[in-house]
Each structure stands twice: as structure tokens, then as C-alpha cells.
Design a protein around this ligand. Sequence first.
Ligand SMILES: [Ca+2]
Ligand SMILES: [Ca+2]
Ligand SMILES: [Ca+2]
Ligand SMILES: [Ca+2]
Length: 408
Amino acid sequence: MGLKFARGQPFKTIVQIQVAIALLLFAEGCSLGLRKSADEADAGDAGTSEATGCAQGARVCFGEPSSNFVSWGLTSISVREPLLRGALPTVFVSSNGTSKVFQLEPASTSLETVDFFKAAVAPWQTASIDFDLDGIEDLAVASPGKQSHLGEVSFWNRVSERWSLAGSLTIGLGTYSVGTRNSATAEAVFAIAASYDAQSLVPLIAHKGAVPTAGTSISLDLKPTALAFGKVTGQENRLYVIGDGSNHGKLVEFEVQDRSVTKISKSPEFGHSLNDLRVGDLNNDSMLDAIAIDDSAASSLYSLISDANHNWTVAYQLPLPAYSHAGVLDDFDRDGLLDVAVISGSTNTIRMCFGDGHGAFGKCLELLHGLEQATNIASVDLNSDNWKDLAVVSFEGKMAVLHAHAVE
Ligand SMILES: [Ca+2]
Ligand SMILES: [Ca+2]
Ligand SMILES: [Ca+2]
Ligand SMILES: [Ca+2]
């Protein structure tokens, strides 16, 4: 998820890196008067060696990064979790640079390409789901398009052991994101695509044995940059969208039932350049919360907490390195509290900060991934040891993998 990397012309970033480092010095002061943790000042020097991740007091360590070249212009990475316990996951990465989508599987120390296909319109993001309900996982690919070609979502399934185009739906210019539910149900909304330029959401409806169709488009009062469905029992029908309004950004929550998508709440305004969104229960009260990442020069992560009445509070702001485009939410140290791992276009490191169970993120590790211009990050258990590992992709075309292990 997240798209500003493209919107800001990805490779002015090279020039921006130097500027970013200078601006970073000023970024620390940016505040909306939110609660900040006492550990925040330690975020950049949280006691790791600069190479990799074993900090004093941490419960998890990360090994040296292992990287390989996949394809120029990588923008996103998504994970298909294995159906069987102990089986290995499958990873998909999109190359906006070469219009290809790659399927990778865990090898000894990295992820290796096992198949790929070329999309008609350069892709941005890929999501795995069985949209035709035949029991075999398929793919939905979001392609932003450009002035001469509106953005679309294309649908791909496996035919004779190869990826094959089943069909596509025009969504609108700036179709960077497609979010899927846990699973598809016939004749109901199984995914939502967002058009940044058209400021709209388009529900995608599944049909057994057929290509999905588009439902009625929903207009937004913001430019959507990322969206996610709730994936926990009882909240799978929740859809969360972030984007930028005229001055600030916000999060909007929807309820999805069969074919209807209804707005039910929104957060206060926050941030200026919201780019990535992840959903999870930050404070263990069974209500889903969210993190949103602002990837401006004064980049920050915001924690948004929801109560049982869907009242949203911007509970915490964590300053990040300039141009932090994306992050993931997972319990990396297995203490029962969600943590974050964030990448930035201005550093070659991952910043991992551990959740305090109230929406704040305290102690941080700085983990070297070594790539230039990182665009996205995923958490995935690559070796079935129950420790979530990290995979990072970059616009230069490389992928880096860092394996987690328990502190000895
Ligand atoms: Ca299928
Ligand atoms: Ca919660
Ligand atoms: Ca944790
Ligand atoms: Ca692992």
C-alpha cells in the first residue's frame, strides 16, 4: 500500500536524499501536541550496532540482510499466507518499472522468483484472493495508469500452471490500491479499489466461476492513498481508508455488507501527506485500531485508537526519518503487543519500534537492509519458526530479507 512514492516522481528522491537528511534535523520538532514516549529520543540510536539488530533488552534479534535483484522499479510486496500450518508462504512483488508481477517463494536465505507475468498497464500493488471461488487462489493487480490510460484492476488466475489474465475493470486514474477481505463470497463485495485522482472507491463484487464486476462507485472528500479491511473475527466487514484532504489527512471507516459500503465514522484530521495504513488492535481491547504513515519530509507515524462507538483518537505520533513511505504492524518480539517496522526513502534501514499496548511505540531498533530507495516492507514468517521475518523491496529493483530469531 501507499503511493506517494510515485506521485512525488520517484526519482527526484535521489536528489531529495541529501535534502532529506538535512530536513530530518528539523522534523523532530513537528508535533500536534500529542502524547510522546520518553523513549522517543532514543529512536535513532536505540542501542543496536549499526549493522543489524540485537539490542540490549530486546526480545528479538535480526540477522544480516540477504539481498537479490528482482526487477527494476519495485513498488509493493504482498504475502499469501500458507493454508496449512508449517507450509511456506508465497510472496508477490510488483514492478511498476517493467510492468511485471513476480511470484516468489522462500529459499535458503532469501526469496526466489518462481513465476512472473506482464500486466498491460504498469502495476502498483497486488493482492491474493480466490475471486472466482473455485478453491484456487488468484490475484488482483492495481495499476494506476497515466493520462493516456485510466487506472484499472486486472484479475489473474492459474491456467495450465501459468498466470493468465481473466479480465480487468477500469477504476480511474491513480488506481494505486486494492484491498481484499479475508475471503470472497459469491455476489458480495470481496475487495475495494481506490482511485487517487478521481477521489473514489470502487467495490469489486465476486461471482462464482466468473470475473468480478464493479459496484457503485463511492465519492470521497479526500484523495485516497491506502486502504485495508479488518481481518479479525467480527470486524471483517470493516474497511479503513486514509488520504489527504485540502489541508490535512484523515482516516475514514466504512461498513461493508453484501453489496453495500457505508461510511460509519472518521478520525480527526492529522498529518499532511498520509501514505500508508495498517490495521490492528494496538491496545488489546478487541476493537481494531490503525497506524498511518505520513511520508513527507517531516515524516511521522500516527497511532489511531478506536473505541466501541467508533470514535477515533489520534493517540500518538512517532517522528520518522524523512520520506518514510511504508510500514508494517506485527508482534515481532512476541510479547502480545503489536509493534511497527517502517522503511524510508532517505535511509537504508528499517526502524522497528515496540508497542506499549496503549498505542505508543517506545524502544526502537535500527536494522540495516542496505537497499537504495526502499518502497515497501512486509512481515512474513519465511522459515515457519513462528518469528516474523522482514522483506523489503526497492525501486532500484532489489529485495532484502532479514530473518528474526529469539534472543539467546
Ligand atoms: Ca480462483
Ligand atoms: Ca483497540
Ligand atoms: Ca510486541
Ligand atoms: Ca521466521
